[in-house]
Design a protein around this ligand. Structure first.
Ligand SMILES: C[S@@+](CC[C@H](N)C(=O)[O-])C[C@H]1O[C@@H](n2cnc3c(N)ncnc32)[C@H](O)[C@@H]1O
Length: 361
């Protein structure tokens, strides 16, 4: 595979700030190089790939649509949504951000929205840049959060994200149950591969449930944040390999080495960059990556979970791709959307992403 250095400015890599530390620059997506060079790099990389060899055999059974709903908890709640924004509670903080799915009116009075602890203003585009305002009182860059009893750091990043995608909780609980069941049934280790692992919550929940985890992300700063989360969660000594690499490149190497995993999680962005300038484009690269995932599944696999955000597609497309990937493996494929239910009376559902997951039983 060939690589080119991204043509944007070099980013400073710094350790994420903990509470009390000086605020540091937020975790930002890599600057996008000129369009032609992206296409050039992507074409070059793909030219060196062998043609995708699709598995044969019967497709697994399908359940479609499956709508997986996240309910409000003490850790997180969607308080209200509407008029292009959402108002959420993350632990002790209320946060107001753009949400272009929210094309309906709000339920709560303007005071509830204006009284938010943190307000993101800026580009309404999903990955658009902007800045945070703290109307009530000045706030540091990080704050203490919890996910199903696991402590971690929330962080205000300049691209609106805060270190967690709360709707992923439904996949995480499903994964933790699968790990615990497998461990109760057999003494074999459960190995989890978390590609595009971000701040590591899935990896940490898997490790806490007793799995051996390989966590891969292209961003050094995301890996540093995930490791800091491992420390605050008291899981720094668990068997987690932290790998800063391009997801496709890592998967190709793992396939050549004959590695295998019982559970694989994939949460790819629409567009991303590897640390050596590799280009990730979901529509072009996902089929190749999924077939590699099929090769990496162990003899008795438990699950392959794919989520996709901000793409112009349908869960039927993910389901069809997953069906081809898992031919001859039995099991079943559930596909649909991850949605968040608003808190309180007369709640609406906010759709966040599409998913397709293969499960062994
Ligand atoms: C949508 S986030 C994943 C969210 C995470 N799974 C969760 O739910 O908490 C996408 C992540 O993919 C990473 N990424 C982008 N391009 C990549 C690439 N080519 N290889 C590996 N990771 C990449 C980004 O650094 C980012 O952390």
């Amino acid at each position: 595979m060939k690589h080119r250095k991204p043509s944007g400015p070099k980013r400073e890599e710094r350790r994420p700030a903990g509470p009390g530390r000086r605020p540091e620059p937020a975790l930002d997506p890599e600057p996008r190089p000129r369009r032609e060079s992206v296409e050039e790099i992507a074409r070059e990389n793909r030219r060196e790939r062998p043609a995708v060899e699709w598995p044969s055999g019967a497709r697994p059974g399908f359940s479609t649509p499956v709508i997986l709903e996240v309910e409000p908890t003490g850790d997180y709640a969607l308080l209200d949504s509407g008029d292009g924004e959402k108002l959420e509670r993350y632990g002790p903080l209320t946060i107001r951000r753009p949400e272009n799915q929210a094309i309906w009116p709000r339920r709560l009075a303007p005071g509830a929205w204006d009284g938010a602890d943190a307000i993101f203003t800026g580009d309404t585009d999903e990955e658009g840049a902007g800045r945070w305002r703290f109307p009530r009182e000045a706030h540091g860059e990080t704050w203490a959060m919890r996910q199903d009893g696991l402590p971690y750091w929330g962080r205000f990043t300049s691209f609106r994200h805060v270190g967690v995608f709360p709707e992923q909780a439904v996949h995480w609980r499903f994964m933790v149950e699968a790990i615990e069941r497998a461990r109760a049934e057999s003494s074999r280790p459960v190995r989890v591969l978390n590609l595009f692992g971000y701040t590591g919550l899935a990896s940490l929940l898997a490790a806490r449930a007793g799995a051996e985890v390989t966590h891969v992300d292209a961003s050094k700063r995301a890996i540093a944040w995930a490791r800091e989360n491992a420390e605050v969660a008291g899981l720094a000594d668990k068997p987690i390999r932290w790998i800063c690499e391009d997801a496709v490149r890592y998967a190709e190497r793992e396939a050549r080495r004959g590695s295998s995993y019982e559970i694989i999680l994939l949460d790819p962005p629409k567009f991303g960059r590897g640390p050596k300038g590799e280009v990730w484009q979901i529509f072009e690269d996902l089929p190749h990556l999924l077939v590699l995932m099929r090769q990496l599944l162990a003899d008795r696999p438990l699950a392959l979970v794919l989520t996709a955000y901000s793409i112009r597609s349908s869960f039927y497309s993910l389901a069809a791709l997953m069906g081809e990937t898992m031919r001859g493996q039995g099991g079943r494929i559930e596909s649909g959307e991850l949605v968040i239910r608003e808190e309180g009376e007369d709640a609406r559902l906010l759709s966040t992403s599409l998913f397709s997951r293969w499960v062994s039983s």
